[in-house]
Design a binder for this molecule. Structure first.
Ligand code: G3P
Ligand code: CA
Length: 413
Protein backbone atom coordinates (compact mmCIF):
# COMPACT_ATOMS: atom_id res chain seq x y z
CA UNK A 1 0.00 0.00 0.00
CA UNK A 2 1.68 3.17 -1.21
CA UNK A 3 1.23 6.19 1.03
CA UNK A 4 1.43 9.28 -1.17
CA UNK A 5 1.86 12.61 0.59
CA UNK A 6 -0.48 14.79 -1.48
CA UNK A 7 1.44 18.06 -2.11
CA UNK A 8 3.56 16.80 0.82
CA UNK A 9 1.82 16.60 4.17
CA UNK A 10 -0.44 19.43 3.02
CA UNK A 11 -2.94 19.04 5.84
CA UNK A 12 -0.67 20.31 8.61
CA UNK A 13 1.79 22.34 6.46
CA UNK A 14 1.58 24.65 3.42
CA UNK A 15 1.32 22.57 0.24
CA UNK A 16 4.32 22.09 -2.03
CA UNK A 17 6.85 23.62 0.35
CA UNK A 18 9.90 21.94 1.86
CA UNK A 19 8.07 22.08 5.18
CA UNK A 20 5.23 19.99 3.75
CA UNK A 21 7.64 17.58 2.06
CA UNK A 22 9.80 17.15 5.18
CA UNK A 23 6.75 16.56 7.31
CA UNK A 24 5.32 14.09 4.79
CA UNK A 25 8.53 12.08 4.88
CA UNK A 26 8.60 12.24 8.67
CA UNK A 27 4.97 11.10 8.86
CA UNK A 28 5.71 8.02 6.80
CA UNK A 29 4.76 8.96 3.25
CA UNK A 30 6.29 6.56 0.73
CA UNK A 31 6.05 9.25 -1.95
CA UNK A 32 5.96 13.04 -1.93
CA UNK A 33 3.86 14.54 -4.70
CA UNK A 34 4.86 17.41 -7.00
CA UNK A 35 2.46 19.31 -9.27
CA UNK A 36 4.45 20.93 -12.06
CA UNK A 37 3.92 24.37 -13.54
CA UNK A 38 6.30 26.07 -15.95
CA UNK A 39 7.53 29.66 -15.76
CA UNK A 40 7.70 32.04 -18.71
CA UNK A 41 11.42 31.35 -18.95
CA UNK A 42 10.97 27.61 -19.01
CA UNK A 43 11.70 26.49 -15.43
CA UNK A 44 9.67 23.72 -13.85
CA UNK A 45 8.34 24.84 -10.50
CA UNK A 46 6.17 23.04 -8.00
CA UNK A 47 2.74 24.58 -7.45
CA UNK A 48 -0.73 23.13 -7.72
CA UNK A 49 -2.69 25.99 -9.26
CA UNK A 50 -2.14 27.52 -12.67
CA UNK A 51 -2.28 30.91 -11.03
CA UNK A 52 -0.47 32.28 -8.03
CA UNK A 53 -3.58 33.89 -6.59
CA UNK A 54 -4.65 31.37 -3.96
CA UNK A 55 -1.37 30.53 -2.26
CA UNK A 56 1.17 33.22 -3.16
CA UNK A 57 1.68 36.53 -1.38
CA UNK A 58 4.08 39.26 -2.43
CA UNK A 59 4.39 42.01 -5.03
CA UNK A 60 1.20 41.97 -7.10
CA UNK A 61 3.05 42.18 -10.40
CA UNK A 62 4.97 39.03 -9.48
CA UNK A 63 2.59 37.03 -7.32
CA UNK A 64 -0.82 37.36 -8.99
CA UNK A 65 -1.84 35.76 -12.26
CA UNK A 66 -0.63 32.82 -14.28
CA UNK A 67 2.62 31.11 -13.36
CA UNK A 68 3.42 30.75 -17.04
CA UNK A 69 3.34 34.54 -17.44
CA UNK A 70 6.07 35.08 -14.79
CA UNK A 71 9.81 34.57 -14.83
CA UNK A 72 11.49 32.43 -12.23
CA UNK A 73 12.97 35.58 -10.71
CA UNK A 74 9.45 36.95 -10.23
CA UNK A 75 8.14 33.68 -8.83
CA UNK A 76 10.94 33.59 -6.28
CA UNK A 77 9.73 36.85 -4.72
CA UNK A 78 6.48 35.17 -3.62
CA UNK A 79 5.70 33.73 -0.19
CA UNK A 80 3.64 30.52 -0.21
CA UNK A 81 3.48 29.95 3.54
CA UNK A 82 1.61 32.98 4.88
CA UNK A 83 -1.71 32.12 3.21
CA UNK A 84 -1.70 28.87 5.17
CA UNK A 85 -1.25 30.64 8.51
CA UNK A 86 -4.12 32.99 7.63
CA UNK A 87 -6.38 30.18 6.43
CA UNK A 88 -5.59 27.71 9.22
CA UNK A 89 -4.72 29.66 12.38
CA UNK A 90 -4.87 26.46 14.44
CA UNK A 91 -2.05 24.96 12.34
CA UNK A 92 -0.11 28.20 11.79
CA UNK A 93 3.63 28.30 12.48
CA UNK A 94 5.97 31.28 12.30
CA UNK A 95 8.46 29.33 10.17
CA UNK A 96 5.92 29.01 7.37
CA UNK A 97 6.09 32.74 6.69
CA UNK A 98 8.31 33.45 3.71
CA UNK A 99 8.47 29.93 2.29
CA UNK A 100 9.29 29.95 -1.42
CA UNK A 101 7.95 28.06 -4.41
CA UNK A 102 10.52 25.33 -5.06
CA UNK A 103 11.81 24.50 -8.49
CA UNK A 104 11.79 20.81 -9.34
CA UNK A 105 15.58 21.02 -9.51
CA UNK A 106 15.69 22.28 -5.93
CA UNK A 107 13.45 19.43 -4.83
CA UNK A 108 15.78 16.90 -6.46
CA UNK A 109 18.79 18.69 -4.96
CA UNK A 110 17.26 18.51 -1.51
CA UNK A 111 16.15 14.89 -1.47
CA UNK A 112 18.15 13.19 -4.24
CA UNK A 113 17.46 9.48 -4.07
CA UNK A 114 16.33 9.63 -0.45
CA UNK A 115 12.64 9.70 -1.31
CA UNK A 116 10.17 8.58 -3.95
CA UNK A 117 8.58 11.26 -6.14
CA UNK A 118 5.09 11.27 -7.61
CA UNK A 119 5.20 14.02 -10.24
CA UNK A 120 2.24 15.46 -12.14
CA UNK A 121 2.44 17.35 -15.42
CA UNK A 122 -0.15 20.14 -15.02
CA UNK A 123 -1.63 21.79 -18.13
CA UNK A 124 1.16 20.27 -20.24
CA UNK A 125 -0.42 21.43 -23.51
CA UNK A 126 0.33 25.01 -22.45
CA UNK A 127 3.87 24.35 -21.27
CA UNK A 128 6.31 23.87 -24.11
CA UNK A 129 8.63 20.89 -23.59
CA UNK A 130 7.39 20.24 -20.07
CA UNK A 131 7.84 16.50 -20.47
CA UNK A 132 11.29 16.84 -22.04
CA UNK A 133 12.41 19.17 -19.26
CA UNK A 134 11.13 16.74 -16.64
CA UNK A 135 13.03 13.85 -18.17
CA UNK A 136 16.17 15.95 -18.55
CA UNK A 137 16.04 16.84 -14.87
CA UNK A 138 15.50 13.22 -13.94
CA UNK A 139 18.58 12.37 -16.01
CA UNK A 140 20.61 15.10 -14.28
CA UNK A 141 19.84 13.49 -10.94
CA UNK A 142 20.22 9.93 -12.17
CA UNK A 143 16.59 9.14 -11.40
CA UNK A 144 15.44 7.52 -14.64
CA UNK A 145 16.81 4.07 -13.99
CA UNK A 146 15.52 3.89 -10.38
CA UNK A 147 12.18 5.15 -11.68
CA UNK A 148 11.98 2.31 -14.15
CA UNK A 149 13.37 -0.37 -11.86
CA UNK A 150 11.82 0.43 -8.51
CA UNK A 151 9.26 3.15 -9.15
CA UNK A 152 11.35 5.82 -7.42
CA UNK A 153 9.57 8.31 -9.64
CA UNK A 154 5.97 7.90 -10.79
CA UNK A 155 4.78 10.36 -13.43
CA UNK A 156 1.08 11.21 -13.41
CA UNK A 157 -1.21 13.36 -15.51
CA UNK A 158 -4.86 13.99 -16.27
CA UNK A 159 -3.75 14.51 -19.89
CA UNK A 160 -3.29 11.19 -21.71
CA UNK A 161 -1.37 13.03 -24.46
CA UNK A 162 1.26 14.04 -21.93
CA UNK A 163 1.72 10.49 -20.68
CA UNK A 164 1.78 9.11 -24.23
CA UNK A 165 4.50 11.63 -25.00
CA UNK A 166 6.56 10.60 -21.97
CA UNK A 167 6.03 6.95 -22.93
CA UNK A 168 7.32 7.69 -26.43
CA UNK A 169 10.35 9.50 -25.01
CA UNK A 170 11.12 6.72 -22.55
CA UNK A 171 8.90 3.61 -22.50
CA UNK A 172 10.61 2.32 -19.36
CA UNK A 173 9.12 5.00 -17.09
CA UNK A 174 6.14 4.13 -14.87
CA UNK A 175 3.13 6.36 -15.57
CA UNK A 176 -0.19 6.91 -13.83
CA UNK A 177 -3.31 8.06 -15.69
CA UNK A 178 -5.43 10.40 -13.58
CA UNK A 179 -9.19 10.84 -13.94
CA UNK A 180 -11.45 13.74 -13.03
CA UNK A 181 -13.79 13.13 -10.13
CA UNK A 182 -17.53 13.06 -10.78
CA UNK A 183 -17.01 13.59 -14.49
CA UNK A 184 -15.15 10.29 -14.80
CA UNK A 185 -17.36 7.62 -13.24
CA UNK A 186 -16.25 4.08 -12.51
CA UNK A 187 -17.91 2.61 -15.65
CA UNK A 188 -16.47 5.39 -17.80
CA UNK A 189 -12.97 4.82 -16.46
CA UNK A 190 -13.33 1.09 -17.01
CA UNK A 191 -13.94 1.83 -20.68
CA UNK A 192 -10.53 3.54 -20.93
CA UNK A 193 -8.42 0.82 -19.35
CA UNK A 194 -7.49 -0.99 -22.58
CA UNK A 195 -5.97 2.24 -23.84
CA UNK A 196 -4.39 3.22 -20.52
CA UNK A 197 -2.57 -0.06 -20.00
CA UNK A 198 -0.63 0.51 -23.22
CA UNK A 199 1.39 3.32 -21.64
CA UNK A 200 0.55 3.38 -17.92
CA UNK A 201 1.21 1.15 -14.93
CA UNK A 202 -1.63 2.55 -12.88
CA UNK A 203 -4.61 4.83 -12.59
CA UNK A 204 -5.47 7.66 -10.20
CA UNK A 205 -9.24 8.00 -9.95
CA UNK A 206 -11.03 10.29 -7.54
CA UNK A 207 -11.95 8.41 -4.39
CA UNK A 208 -15.67 8.78 -5.13
CA UNK A 209 -15.24 7.04 -8.49
CA UNK A 210 -13.37 4.16 -6.91
CA UNK A 211 -15.45 1.06 -6.36
CA UNK A 212 -14.97 -2.71 -6.39
CA UNK A 213 -15.66 -3.19 -10.11
CA UNK A 214 -13.13 -0.49 -11.01
CA UNK A 215 -10.41 -2.00 -8.83
CA UNK A 216 -11.12 -5.46 -10.25
CA UNK A 217 -11.10 -4.22 -13.85
CA UNK A 218 -7.90 -2.23 -13.30
CA UNK A 219 -6.14 -5.22 -11.79
CA UNK A 220 -7.29 -7.39 -14.68
CA UNK A 221 -5.48 -4.87 -16.87
CA UNK A 222 -2.41 -5.01 -14.59
CA UNK A 223 -3.00 -1.41 -13.56
CA UNK A 224 -2.44 -0.26 -9.98
CA UNK A 225 -5.14 1.91 -8.40
CA UNK A 226 -4.17 5.04 -6.41
CA UNK A 227 -7.26 7.12 -5.54
CA UNK A 228 -7.10 10.76 -4.46
CA UNK A 229 -7.47 12.57 -2.04
CA UNK A 230 -8.22 10.47 1.01
CA UNK A 231 -8.00 12.24 4.35
CA UNK A 232 -10.29 10.44 6.77
CA UNK A 233 -9.46 7.11 8.36
CA UNK A 234 -12.82 5.42 7.65
CA UNK A 235 -12.51 6.15 3.93
CA UNK A 236 -8.90 4.92 3.99
CA UNK A 237 -10.07 1.66 5.55
CA UNK A 238 -12.90 1.31 3.09
CA UNK A 239 -10.61 1.84 0.07
CA UNK A 240 -8.06 -0.60 1.47
CA UNK A 241 -10.94 -3.06 1.75
CA UNK A 242 -11.67 -2.56 -1.94
CA UNK A 243 -8.09 -3.59 -2.73
CA UNK A 244 -6.53 -0.32 -3.88
CA UNK A 245 -2.75 -0.27 -4.12
CA UNK A 246 -2.06 3.16 -2.67
CA UNK A 247 -3.68 6.52 -2.12
CA UNK A 248 -3.00 10.23 -2.02
CA UNK A 249 -3.53 11.84 1.35
CA UNK A 250 -2.89 15.22 2.93
CA UNK A 251 -2.29 13.35 6.20
CA UNK A 252 0.24 10.55 5.65
CA UNK A 253 0.38 9.89 9.40
CA UNK A 254 -3.28 8.88 9.42
CA UNK A 255 -2.71 6.32 6.68
CA UNK A 256 0.33 5.01 8.56
CA UNK A 257 -1.84 4.56 11.62
CA UNK A 258 -4.53 2.76 9.63
CA UNK A 259 -1.95 0.45 8.07
CA UNK A 260 -0.24 -0.29 11.38
CA UNK A 261 2.07 -3.28 11.04
CA UNK A 262 1.18 -3.59 7.34
CA UNK A 263 3.30 -0.56 6.55
CA UNK A 264 6.62 -0.99 4.77
CA UNK A 265 9.72 1.21 4.46
CA UNK A 266 9.26 3.71 1.61
CA UNK A 267 11.80 2.12 -0.70
CA UNK A 268 10.61 -1.44 -0.09
CA UNK A 269 6.99 -0.42 -0.70
CA UNK A 270 7.82 1.13 -4.06
CA UNK A 271 10.14 -1.69 -5.12
CA UNK A 272 7.50 -4.30 -4.29
CA UNK A 273 4.85 -2.40 -6.19
CA UNK A 274 7.16 -2.27 -9.21
CA UNK A 275 7.87 -5.97 -8.92
CA UNK A 276 4.17 -6.82 -8.59
CA UNK A 277 3.53 -4.79 -11.71
CA UNK A 278 6.16 -6.67 -13.68
CA UNK A 279 4.94 -10.00 -12.39
CA UNK A 280 1.38 -9.22 -13.45
CA UNK A 281 2.55 -8.43 -16.97
CA UNK A 282 5.09 -11.20 -17.14
CA UNK A 283 7.94 -8.75 -17.63
CA UNK A 284 11.35 -9.61 -16.19
CA UNK A 285 13.26 -7.21 -13.92
CA UNK A 286 15.74 -6.52 -16.67
CA UNK A 287 12.88 -5.19 -18.78
CA UNK A 288 11.71 -2.92 -16.00
CA UNK A 289 9.46 0.00 -16.59
CA UNK A 290 6.33 1.45 -18.04
CA UNK A 291 3.56 -0.46 -19.62
CA UNK A 292 3.72 -3.04 -16.88
CA UNK A 293 1.07 -3.28 -14.19
CA UNK A 294 0.33 -4.65 -10.77
CA UNK A 295 -1.82 -7.00 -8.84
CA UNK A 296 -1.31 -4.68 -5.97
CA UNK A 297 -1.40 -7.00 -3.02
CA UNK A 298 2.21 -7.66 -2.28
CA UNK A 299 3.01 -4.23 -0.90
CA UNK A 300 0.37 -4.72 1.76
CA UNK A 301 2.21 -7.53 3.48
CA UNK A 302 3.46 -7.14 7.01
CA UNK A 303 6.70 -5.27 7.40
CA UNK A 304 9.71 -7.02 8.91
CA UNK A 305 8.10 -7.89 12.23
CA UNK A 306 11.66 -8.56 13.29
CA UNK A 307 13.15 -8.47 16.72
CA UNK A 308 13.95 -5.16 18.29
CA UNK A 309 17.25 -3.49 17.50
CA UNK A 310 18.09 -5.96 14.75
CA UNK A 311 19.99 -4.11 12.03
CA UNK A 312 18.33 -4.42 8.65
CA UNK A 313 21.73 -5.16 7.14
CA UNK A 314 25.18 -5.99 8.44
CA UNK A 315 27.10 -4.69 5.53
CA UNK A 316 27.88 -1.12 4.66
CA UNK A 317 25.63 -0.12 1.85
CA UNK A 318 26.27 2.82 -0.40
CA UNK A 319 23.01 4.56 0.12
CA UNK A 320 23.51 7.74 -1.80
CA UNK A 321 25.88 9.42 -4.18
CA UNK A 322 26.68 13.03 -4.72
CA UNK A 323 24.97 14.96 -7.43
CA UNK A 324 27.80 17.30 -8.27
CA UNK A 325 28.63 16.70 -11.90
CA UNK A 326 32.35 17.24 -12.36
CA UNK A 327 33.31 16.95 -8.70
CA UNK A 328 34.47 13.67 -7.15
CA UNK A 329 31.58 11.31 -6.55
CA UNK A 330 30.68 10.91 -2.92
CA UNK A 331 29.13 7.95 -1.25
CA UNK A 332 27.56 7.74 2.18
CA UNK A 333 27.61 4.33 3.80
CA UNK A 334 25.32 3.64 6.73
CA UNK A 335 24.91 0.51 8.77
CA UNK A 336 23.37 -0.48 12.05
CA UNK A 337 20.05 1.37 11.88
CA UNK A 338 17.28 -1.07 12.82
CA UNK A 339 13.75 -0.87 11.55
CA UNK A 340 12.47 -1.27 15.08
CA UNK A 341 14.28 -0.44 18.23
CA UNK A 342 13.40 -0.96 21.87
CA UNK A 343 16.60 0.01 23.69
CA UNK A 344 19.39 1.53 21.61
CA UNK A 345 21.49 1.07 18.49
CA UNK A 346 24.82 2.23 17.14
CA UNK A 347 24.77 3.65 13.64
CA UNK A 348 28.05 3.68 11.77
CA UNK A 349 28.48 6.13 8.92
CA UNK A 350 31.30 6.53 6.47
CA UNK A 351 31.88 8.97 3.67
CA UNK A 352 33.53 7.51 0.60
CA UNK A 353 35.06 9.20 -2.41
CA UNK A 354 35.84 12.86 -2.64
CA UNK A 355 38.91 14.38 -1.02
CA UNK A 356 37.99 14.45 2.63
CA UNK A 357 34.93 15.84 4.28
CA UNK A 358 32.62 15.42 7.21
CA UNK A 359 29.33 13.90 8.25
CA UNK A 360 26.56 15.43 10.30
CA UNK A 361 23.92 13.22 11.87
CA UNK A 362 20.50 14.27 13.11
CA UNK A 363 17.70 12.41 14.83
CA UNK A 364 14.35 14.10 14.25
CA UNK A 365 16.17 17.25 13.21
CA UNK A 366 18.35 17.38 16.35
CA UNK A 367 22.07 17.07 15.75
CA UNK A 368 23.49 14.03 17.53
CA UNK A 369 27.07 13.84 16.25
CA UNK A 370 29.06 16.82 17.50
CA UNK A 371 32.23 16.42 15.47
CA UNK A 372 31.93 15.68 11.79
CA UNK A 373 34.54 13.34 10.32
CA UNK A 374 34.70 10.99 7.39
CA UNK A 375 33.53 8.16 9.64
CA UNK A 376 31.39 8.49 12.71
CA UNK A 377 29.54 6.26 15.13
CA UNK A 378 26.40 7.44 16.81
CA UNK A 379 24.55 5.73 19.63
CA UNK A 380 20.83 6.36 19.56
CA UNK A 381 18.91 5.66 22.77
CA UNK A 382 15.51 4.57 21.52
CA UNK A 383 14.28 4.23 25.08
CA UNK A 384 14.54 8.00 25.40
CA UNK A 385 12.39 8.60 22.33
CA UNK A 386 8.63 8.75 22.11
CA UNK A 387 7.25 5.46 20.79
CA UNK A 388 6.63 5.77 17.07
CA UNK A 389 8.33 6.77 13.86
CA UNK A 390 11.64 8.64 13.98
CA UNK A 391 14.09 9.83 11.42
CA UNK A 392 17.87 9.55 11.36
CA UNK A 393 19.35 11.87 8.78
CA UNK A 394 22.99 11.83 7.77
CA UNK A 395 24.49 14.51 5.57
CA UNK A 396 27.98 14.15 4.18
CA UNK A 397 29.91 17.04 2.69
CA UNK A 398 33.21 16.87 0.86
CA UNK A 399 35.81 19.63 0.95
CA UNK A 400 35.41 19.82 -2.81
CA UNK A 401 31.84 20.95 -2.33
CA UNK A 402 29.86 17.76 -3.00
CA UNK A 403 27.00 16.85 -0.69
CA UNK A 404 25.17 13.64 -0.10
CA UNK A 405 22.34 12.88 2.27
CA UNK A 406 20.31 9.98 3.48
CA UNK A 407 17.29 9.71 5.73
CA UNK A 408 16.42 6.43 7.41
CA UNK A 409 13.24 5.95 9.36
CA UNK A 410 13.00 3.68 12.36
CA UNK A 411 10.36 2.86 14.90
CA UNK A 412 11.01 3.28 18.61
CA UNK A 413 8.80 1.19 20.84
O1 G3P B 1 -2.55 13.92 -8.60
C1 G3P B 1 -3.55 13.34 -7.82
C2 G3P B 1 -4.34 14.46 -7.30
O2 G3P B 1 -3.42 15.33 -6.76
C3 G3P B 1 -5.09 15.12 -8.41
O3 G3P B 1 -5.70 16.24 -7.97
O4 G3P B 1 -5.96 18.61 -8.28
O5 G3P B 1 -4.77 17.76 -6.28
O6 G3P B 1 -3.69 17.67 -8.51
P1 G3P B 1 -4.99 17.64 -7.75
CA1 CA C 1 -1.73 16.37 -8.19
Amino acid sequence: MLNVGHRGASGPAPEHTFSAYDLGIEQGADYIEQDLQQTADGTLVVLHDETLDRTARGPVENCKGLVRSKTLEQIKTCDVGSWFNDEYPDRARPEYVGLKIPTLREVFEEYGKDVNYYIETKRPALAERMEERLLELMSDFDLRRPAAERWQVLIQSFAPESLVKVHALDPSLPLIQLYFGAKNTSPWIQGTLDAARKYAVGIGPAKDSTDGPLVKAAHEHCLAVHPYTVNEKPEMESLIGLGVDGMFTNFPDRLEEVLGTRTLPWDTAAARAAEASRTCRGVSGADAGGGSGTTGDSSRERSDGGSSSTPSSDRVEILGTSRVGAKPRLGLGVKGVPRRCASSFVARLVLTGGRGGSIRVYVDGRRVAKKGRRAVQVRVACGDLEPGLHRLRAVGASRAGGRVGRTIRFFAR
